[in-house]
Write a protein that binds this ligand. Structure first.
Ligand code: FMN
Length: 223
């Protein structure tokens, strides 16, 4: 089907919707943020983009600290609430029934009910336009033991994380694969892709797929 050309706009979805906690002079607050992302592996860094008019903006700018708290199915109502009410008017921890816990590196509190809390210190503020982007270094990560398996692996899917897409919240869907699975050898020494090629070749379309397969190995090497 033909595609329509739409005017430039924010179309990168789905995204996480996180609850960002902050604190100033003993006052705690939470702002819901969807304009967030991982920006660097080493040092570990992430970004949040916040409109200057948000109450939290000043708190984060002045203190240079915040905590990113991941949201779950059980927290989705609180997440939405923290995104439509301002800390200027209410105590969001109290109103949303959330528990503030001491963090290790920053004054901003952790949200106890969240399975993962990421303590952050602002390194740079980029004035982009409608939003200021806070580029921050990750100082420490708190992970609920409930989701760490016997191999010390985090099984985040068990916490039922939530994504945000075009104004709507969704849970995760079915597991479709894991990192690098497309080039991983299966029983019989073939990747899924090679198996498909063989099946196609057997069905009579071999030449074309054998050529693509040769280039495939280089392009998908996993480091
Ligand atoms: C799902 C969702 C995502 C949001 N994402 C952002 C965002 O990325 N940046 C932003 O400035 N505001 C965002 N908002 C709006 C703020 O969370 C909202 O204005 C909030 O009331 C600000 O709280 P504060 O005044 O206590 O800081 C979002 C709201 C919702 C519901």
């Amino acid at each position: 089907m033909q595609k329509e050309l739409w005017k430039a706009g924010n179309m990168l979805y789905p995204l996480p919707a996180v609850m960002v906690s902050c604190s100033e002079n003993g006052k705690n607050n939470i702002i819901t943020v969807a304009w967030t992302g991982t920006v660097c592996t080493n040092p570990p860094m992430l970004s949040i983009s916040v409109r200057p008019e948000r109450f939290s903006h000043g708190m984060i700018e002045r203190t240079g600290e915040f905590v990113v708290n991941l949201t779950t199915k059980g927290l989705v109502r609180a997440c939405d609430f923290c995104g439509v009410r301002s800390g200027r008017d209410i105590d969001k921890f109290k109103e949303a029934g959330l528990t503030a816990c001491r963090a290790d590196f920053v004054e901003a509190p952790l949200i106890a009910e969240s399975p993962v809390n990421i303590e952050c210190r602002v390194k740079q503020i980029l004035r982009l336009g409608s939003h200021d982007m806070f580029l921050a270094e990750v100082l420490g990560v708190h992970v609920s033991g409930r989701y760490i398996n016997e191999k010390r692996k985090l099984e985040l899917a068990k916490a039922e994380p939530v994504v945000y897409s075009h104004g709507e919240y969704y849970g995760l869907g079915e597991l479709l694969g894991s990192f690098g699975y497309s080039v991983k050898k299966q029983a019989g020494g073939r990747t899924d892709y090679e198996k498909k090629c063989c099946a196609d070749r057997d069905a009579g379309s071999g030449k074309k797929h054998r050529r693509r397969r040769a280039g495939q190995a280089d392009r998908f090497s996993v480091s």
